[in-house]
Design a protein around this ligand. Sequence first.
Ligand code: PLP
Length: 448
Amino acid sequence: MTSSPFPSKRAPLYADVPDEKWFNWRWQLSNRINTVEEFEKVIHLTESERKALSATHLFRVDITPYFISLIDPDDPDDPIRKQVVPTDAELTPFTAMMEDSLAEDRHSPVPGLVHRYPDRVLMLVTTQCASYCRYCTRSRIVGDPSATFSRAEFEMQLEYLKRTPQVRDVLLSGGDPLVLAPKILEEILSRLREIPHIEIVRIGSRVPVFLPMRITDELCDMLQKYHPLWMNIHVNHPNEISAELEQACDRLTRAGIPLGNQAVLLAGVNDNVHIQRDLVQKLVRIRVRPYYLYQCDLVAGAGHFRTPVAKGLEIMEGLRGHTSGYAVHQYIIDAPGGGGKIPVMPNYLLSMSDHKVVLRNYEGYITTYEEPIDYLPSHAAKFKGQKRPEPGQSGVLGLLEGEQMFIKPEGFDQVHDRSGIEHRLKDPKKWVPLGIGAGEEPETPSQT
Ligand SMILES: *Cc1c(COP(=O)(O)O)cnc(C)c1O
């Protein structure tokens, strides 16, 4: 680890801990910090932090000795500290805050399995993490051992997956799947692999960041038996990129696991274009592809971490074009109420006419792209073999493909009926499109 360009730190409290312990993930987990007394030995608590730590009903606190060592003990604004040390701002409610802002539990056909999108599911396998992020979107269940998923629920999740052949991608999350007992994790992976229609498995984990010593050769040997396996880690600030994280990522990528990063845009932590650019560039140096940058969810306890959406747009403006495309993540608002992930970005398309679009680049250079006037789209018949989306999930693409002509808000027909009567002018045939026939082959336009 000596050749790493990234730092390796140990708080003075741990100076005398022998390496066999420090680099043992079980030692790290059993020596996590969570009381005022323990904190005081490592960092100088502020009044606000002390107040929060003494509050009842606080979302669980736990920090590994490794991760707390990355904090500057004298800086109350340290970007790592803010992510894991509670302050009394957490106790302040805000308008629009919810317990389950993404309505995950409503989208769960069985406990812990969120089926929001047509071809993939989110599978919650534990409520435990190596350390707890103060802005956790799943704080309603995470950290609470009694809320964790039972063996019976795991079997129900598998049963649902077996009878749902459109699911080709399973995303393991929680909690953090990599804090599970190695045997249990392996059982989950092998049981998923028995289901033939599951093509890829993904793990969402912050263990490489909180507990890099967990990424042992033994773990990597186990994981690589279950390929294709992908992993998203969660780094928010360049200070989290240490020699230890670099080594963990190196092991995972050598085991053939492509790594992505999901960051959350957090006020006072990484809400700055220069910090974000430094973060994404350091991530690609350790072979992690920045995947998503999330707008902070409307979850109770996280109000003080929120930024205006404009801050996210400004950051994206400062990344695209200014640095490698590989380093540019997508900025996402996960729709409150359960609409799923919505990408947002600055406008690059300024105007258009028939056969011409006007675009601007990151420098403000304005250009035109001349479109063809004789374009013929590929014939749809070629794609006949592809699975059709579930009715109701064809979305805006369904409008474009002529499957339907409109998407109406709930209650639209009732409102516009005005409690009127059935009369001679009302014939339902009138509002069925004449030209657009669902599923019909369009005639090949004749070429002239
Ligand atoms: C984020 C998420 C996914 C995965 O989304 P991708 O955009 O494919 O990464 C799947 N299901 C749920 C419920 C999610 O929140």
